[in-house]
Design a binder for this molecule. Structure first.
Ligand code: NAP
Length: 621
């Protein structure tokens, strides 16, 4: 069966055999992806003409209302997406990030729409007087460009990735042509079917292609844009296309990243334990297949062994297997090709000077790759800071001084996210200054904020998502601001919510993942529980390793402040402003993660990792 594309108002099948898409855990062929012979050049023109006009017949507010309606519609049907997602190797908790996170993006944008004016013109700053008597003035306005946006998505977030690009385009009144990555195109197809079935999207506002883009890029000009997420290698190839170099289309990229975690010199035992927890979590969420996952860990030479041991402790009890089976806490990578890529990357890291410190003894068959901790006693090898193993792998490095640590962290040539574990504001300031040109977001973790932090890898709707340097330097809503930082919060002071509706407000989809059947039972994942949405707060809350009362609760309450760059208070942390967002409500224990339903587990409990049947098939219901 072929995965279909939706172009020119119809579901269409490409010609030729296509590329097989397989269930990540069983290897069963789920369908074939091909876009050969599809009218992609025509789709660009049709999207501009039909979709563009239909969208601008509505205004910001109406489109915002429709986004909300769409979010509600998908929320009610998300179980279908959960079932499809199970075939990609993710656990139910991983699916929660993708599905509920994506729905959260829709809610966030619909909230944002309430702050926008009626109509389709968005004034920027105030009027600028251009004559002495003010009779002649100027003002900058944002208005429709009349083009289409082609959205190229990575395989690892088939739902969230598509929705986080579609939502801002739809709100802006720009028609979308979404391209799914081949390995998870069946999940994206299922999502697009539901979106179209909602009846809320004007004709032409959303088109979808499973497979290559054909001649679509040839049809782009200065009115159009391409929003890309994927590897740097692909982005570098694409950005040289004449559509961007000669015809003036916009190219925005979000690419891979050798994100860092750094144990500060001032870190105490609590910071060390929390950082270990964070690293282990980054290795296991989506089996380490997140662009923001921690790939490089730096610690003072005399504490490296303790950090490695603490991280390992979190990973030892994981059970690898088909995520639909009872008790499984870590699934396979998305495909055999992905496993081969990770293996190649690890070989390069080993050749570059790292050695295996520890590897989980679990499954290595099929697309499975066990959590692996590498140690690079000589931290200078170039490949160690340039090669991204897109799976559950992290390399640990010792450092002798802050200056040396800074130099090592910078060697990645730009990053999306980094975490610094320190209770010392001076140390935080040192790295904030030193890394502001290197990292999209610096997450500062310590005993004061660990309980409420949304975690290292969490795109947040209040911040922009963007890497630095060679990471694409793109900016997209729902994530990191270039040179953003998240600061420790003091948990004891409840601050009222801002009255203004915020795009970062809690999405509706924040409940625990739904069950495919009532038989779903808790499965143990290290200190794991309800994840928060990739949009609103995608990382699960931490559970305190020591006590449910943070050391911060007994101190004089000092509210958090952002953005960074404001004056530092006497405590050394930035001072509060009236616009500071409230600390998130404290939640020390999380509900346990759920496994896939028993019924499905049985269906998949085959001794061969590559043979079984799936209850959720791509294509029309
Ligand atoms: P990829 O191989 O670079 O592919 C990304 C997308 O580009 C896919 O949809 C792919 O389609 C498409 N593509 C490839 N060649 C193309 C071409 N010539 N013209 C048009 N489209 C083309 O990356 P991936 O393996 O899907 O994703 C994993 C990578 O994405 C990792 O490196 C990860 O770090 C990165 N990532 C970054 C972010 C971020 O926000 N920075 C988020 C998620 C993932 P096909 O699959 O059909 O080839």
């Amino acid at each position: 069966m072929k995965i279909k594309s939706y172009l020119l108002g119809e579901w269409r099948e490409g010609m030729g055999e296509g590329v097989a898409v397989r269930d990540a855990a069983t290897g069963e062929v789920l369908g074939f992806v091909t876009s050969e012979g599809l009218p992609l050049r025509e789709a660009v023109a049709w999207g501009r003409e039909v979709g563009g006009k239909a969208l601008l017949a509505l205004d910001f507010r109406e489109r915002g209302r429709r986004l909300r309606g769409l979010a509600q519609y998908l929320s009610e049907r998300k179980e279908e997406l959960y079932c499809l997602y199970a075939t990609t190797g993710g656990t139910r908790q991983d699916a929660w990030y993708d599905v509920d996170g994506g729905i959260g993006v829709l809610f966030a944008y619909s909230s944002l729409a309430r702050q926008l004016p009626e109509g389709n013109l968005l004034p920027e700053e105030e009027n600028l007087p251009l004559s002495k008597d003010y009779s002649f003035q100027g003002r900058h306005l944002l208005g429709p460009k009349g083009g289409i946006t082609v959205q190229i998505n990575a395989f690892n977030f088939p739902v969230w990735g598509l929705l986080e690009k579609f939502a801002p385009a739809f709100l802006a009144g720009v028609p979308t042509l979404a391209k799914a990555a081949t390995p998870t195109a069946h999940v994206a197809e299922g999502l697009v079917r539901l979106m179209l079935e909602s009846g809320l999207l004007p004709e032409g506002s959303l088109q979808f292609v499973a497979g290559g883009l054909g001649e679509a890029l040839e049809a782009l000009d200065h009115r159009d844009s391409v929003y890309f997420t994927g590897s740097k290698a692909t982005a570098d190839r694409l950005r040289r296309h004449p559509a961007f170099l000669e015809r003036g289309a916009l190219f925005n990229a979000e690419t891979d990243s050798l994100n860092a975690a750094l144990l500060g010199e001032a870190a105490g035992e609590e910071e060390l334990l929390r950082l270990a927890q964070e690293i282990a979590q980054e290795l296991t969420i989506k089996t380490g297949q997140r662009c923001t996952a921690i790939r490089r860990v730096f610690a003072p030479r005399d504490r490296l062994e303790a950090l490695l041991a603490a991280t390992r402790k979190h990973l030892e009890d994981l059970r690898l297997g088909d995520p639909r089976e009872e008790g499984v806490s870590l699934g396979p990578l998305a495909s055999l090709e992905q496993r081969e890529e990770v293996e190649r990357a690890v070989e390069t890291l080993l050749a570059g000077g790292a050695r295996v410190y520890w590897q989980h003894p679990g499954r290595r068959d099929g697309a499975f790759f066990p959590p692996t901790l590498l140690l690079a006693e000589d931290p200078l090898g170039e490949a160690l800071h340039r090669v991204e193993p897109f799976g559950p792998v992290a390399t640990f490095f010792p450092y002798g001084s802050r200056e040396e640590a800074l130099d090592l962290v910078r060697r990645a040539g730009g990053m999306l996210a980094a975490t610094l574990a320190t209770p010392d504001p001076e140390e935080a300031r040192f790295y904030l200054l030193g890394l502001s040109g290197e990292v999209g977001r610096l997450h500062i973790l310590n005993r004061r904020d660990a309980h409420s932090s949304t975690g290292h890898g969490s795109p947040l709707p209040r911040l922009l998502h963007g890497g630095r340097g060679g990471r694409g330097a793109g900016r997209s809503w729902g994530g990191f601001s270039p040179c953003g930082a998240t600061w420790p919060a003091w948990p004891s002071r409840p601050t009222p919510r801002p009255s203004r509706p915020s795009p970062g407000s809690t999405p509706r989809g924040r409940s625990a993942p739904p069950r495919c059947t009532p038989s779903a039972s808790p499965t143990r994942r290290w200190r794991s529980g309800k994840p928060s949405s990739p949009t609103a707060a995608p990382s699960p809350r931490r559970t305190s390793p020591s006590s449910p009362t943070s050391p911060g609760t007994t101190s004089t309450p000092t509210p958090t402040s952002w953005p960074p760059g404001r004056a530092f208070s006497e405590s050394g942390w930035p001072t509060a402003t009236s616009s500071s967002p409230p600390p998130r409500a404290s939640s020390w224990t999380r509900p346990q993660a759920r496994s896939w339903p028993t019924t499905a587990s049985r269906a998949f409990a085959s001794p061969s990792p590559w043979a079984s049947a799936t209850p959720c098939r791509p294509g029309s219901p």
